[in-house]
Design a protein around this ligand. Sequence first.
Ligand SMILES: NC(=O)c1ccc[n+]([C@@H]2O[C@H](COP(=O)([O-])OP(=O)(O)OC[C@H]3O[C@@H](n4cnc5c(N)ncnc54)[C@H](O)[C@@H]3O)[C@@H](O)[C@H]2O)c1
Length: 441
Amino acid sequence: MKTKDEIRKPDGKLGVLIPGIGGAVSTTFLAGVESVRQGLSLPIGSLSQMGTIRLGKRFEYRIPLIKDFVPLANLDDLVFGGWDVFPDNGFQAAIQAGVLKREDLDPVQSFLEDLSPWPAVFNQAYVKNLHGSNVKPQTSYPELVEALKRDIEDFKRINDLSHCIMIWCASTEVYLKPSEVHASLDNFKKGLENNDPNISPSMIYAYVALSSGIPYINGAPNLTVDTPAMIELANQTRTAVAGKDLKTGQTLMKTILAPGIKARALGLSGWYSTNILGNRDGLVLDDKDSYKTKKESKLSVLDTILQPDVYPDLYGNYYHKVAIDYYPPRGDSKEGWDCVDIFGWLGYPMQIKIDFLCRDSILAAPIVLDLILFTDLAQRARMHGIQEWLSFYFKSPQCAANLYPEHDLFIQSMKLKNTLRYLMGEEQITHLGLDYYYPVQ
Ligand SMILES: NC(=O)c1ccc[n+]([C@@H]2O[C@H](COP(=O)([O-])OP(=O)(O)OC[C@H]3O[C@@H](n4cnc5c(N)ncnc54)[C@H](O)[C@@H]3O)[C@@H](O)[C@H]2O)c1
């Protein structure tokens, strides 16, 4: 790991490879980046672009923008390419996604039209509700690996790129459990030779990325880089991985509210969450196997924040239910309801209701940007393997096998900022603050 002056500079262009480049999240992200580059919009929701970081003592008033503090790639240096199951170019895909208004898409039309997806590595067994035609003809896994490598080489050559990063913004695949083939890199390589059905398309993309030293970020809840085989590969090629499942609407709210309830030692007897959404992601999640992958990701959050084993009287017996329903009229404008049953002094019950009328892709786009820029920074700082400091962005943060994940948004935020301070040789901020009042050893 390298710090401050040893971190490789973000010189030249950075290639951003996106499986699922024609989706709602991708096109909203791409249109937004171009709009920001043209000076038409602000990158709202992006901590890397709009957030600040406090340095030193409070009376010093050193609060630079994060992008001025750490050497991040410049937005103008990002070059995009990717794969999708549908052949539509970025503009057609953005219209179809129905997230952004025509008046916001028109100024970036030619940029989006130039983004035509390469044929995807796709198998309907892993995403049952999608029927697209832009799919690679090869069926054997070794041939698919070679085909993806060729796409990446061509992209690098045409755009004169030395560095790339890959972020999965494609559909949620069916629920897969880690099995023998994921237990070691050797097993995985043998599995590729045998077209093992426990290897999904996302794992083939990730394998190609990591074997080429390209960092891989998992924006969906699929089992992909969170296996011993992939971690072994990432460590072997000294490549960064981060995941999984972007923390946007309801789970974002949950990880904001639950730490507050716990901080005040209030009890919880139940948390009922339900969502309706009508975009293509909703259609994919309408299949029970993709739904299971998403649901597992959403359920894990509360237990790790509330620690029922440590607080049996407050959280030992709460009921947590999560439901997601596909409801086409809403499109990308999701509605998430939470009914939270808490109890206070002498056990008296109280209720909190949340009705979050959010826009999924509007919340996801800025975190796609941050994840690309921070993971690239990690790679340039030679921080290979799991990037736990980026847990802030994920519903199911990936962490070392002997740790439990950290879900509390405020701890995640502190971890992220302290990592940046550490990388830049600045003092960690503990918020102790006693030294403002007393001599402290
Ligand atoms: N929007 C959010 O707030 C949010 C939050 C967390 C996670 N996610 C995840 O991000 C992903 C994208 O969400 P979205 O709303 O853009 O969905 P979407 O359905 O609009 O886009 C997904 C795209 O991936 C493509 N695709 C599917 N399989 C592919 C493959 N094997 N190779 C290449 N392309 C493939 C589809 O054709 C589609 O265009 C989903 O997995 C979703 O669960 C989204």
